[in-house]
Write a protein that binds this ligand. Sequence first.
Ligand code: GDP
Ligand code: CO
Length: 411
Amino acid sequence: MRLSINQRSARVGIVQIHEMFRVLELDAGDVAEPKQSHAPSLSRDTFVFPQTSIRAVEKDLAIVVPCMNEDPDILDGVLRGIPNDCLVILVSNRNLANFEVESKMLELICTTNERKCIHIHQKDPGVAEAFMSAGLSALVEPQDGAHSVRSGKGEAMMIGTALAKVAHRCFIGFVDADNLVPGAVNEYCKVYAAGLHYALYQTGTEDPHAMVRIKWNSKPKVRDGKIVFEKFGRSSRATNYWMNRLLTTLTTASADIDTDTDIDIDHNLDFASDTGEHAMTLDLALTVPFASGYAVEPHQYVHCFSTLSKGERPVQILQIETRNPHVHDCGKGDGHIKRMQAGGLSTIYHSPLAPKELKAEMRGFCKSQLGEVCSVDGEPEECVVYPCLQDMDWEVFKKVLEEKVEAVKSL
Ligand code: GDP
Ligand code: CO
């Protein structure tokens, strides 16, 4: 893979956010074996990542696929797009009959493709018991006399992250189950591997946390019988706009902003805040709290630069634009888009770094655009944020999980 790299970046405290990188070639051919093991080769503003560098990360990468009643044929394509070396963790929240269908499908993929996958049901009482016993009962609710993990995408991602830790993986990436293009899924995983590699070994930072965020090239829609390759989804447009406003207002730090935060943003960078697809070092995923439902990604992003402080490990955040179009099920309705927007905006609005004036402007926007999902004065509801996974008792979690959950016995 060849990426264009960009030397421009913004720094907020210990977090460095790099300006957009782009995929220049999906397959950059054979490159001379680098002298330093796994080091990518450098040519001006591009990096070529040898297969060995990508593989080295993939072998340590768990890909979590949250899935809520998606078409099994589409899910099948998603699973087949994930590189063989990655551990697949499918966290499904659907009725038991369909769960069986998914299970059979996954089993077939594992056998014929000789690979490793874990399939877990979000409502498995054993999973809920493991979280409760380990001290994370906030994630759990009573159900039919027993307990289960709450519904939501963020909640599914937490289960996946916890399982990746139990399976001793160092990196974690997320891929949606409704992606219609297996080639795009494959590209995301390769980009995760290349990006994590770059962030860890090429930024000159010692032992950083790393996050790689995918910016889709386009989201195609059918309009008047023609395919239109739109550059922004409806939800991303608003969230990205306000995220950029937050980050750029930080340069003209007002009295509202914690002046201890050391900020260095010298130009108007383009930040991809609202992406479903992202990857991290597992340590970071255990440190950064997950928000409920669809607020999870923007919340993790905002949390990184508004809450992490001096003395913690530095964080490198890369944003990478992919080549494949992002084609997914976009028939989930207007209400879905609005709820998602409100979740994203809520994380920006309630960030400790958001200045008063920006909040007032955001209330105006929410009142006019998102009336149904905001309070009367336009304030987006604060989302539920769970305690971070790091603080769980991992010994207890593993023990209960191994006793109660069939799917993890082979780990
Ligand atoms: P969008 O693509 O951002 O519009 O959001 P989607 O509705 O497509 O959701 C993203 C992914 O999360 C899809 O794979 C969904 O099936 C999955 N998802 C959404 N809600 C839940 C949930 O409660 N549990 C699980 N396990 N997956 C979910
Ligand atoms: Co989707």
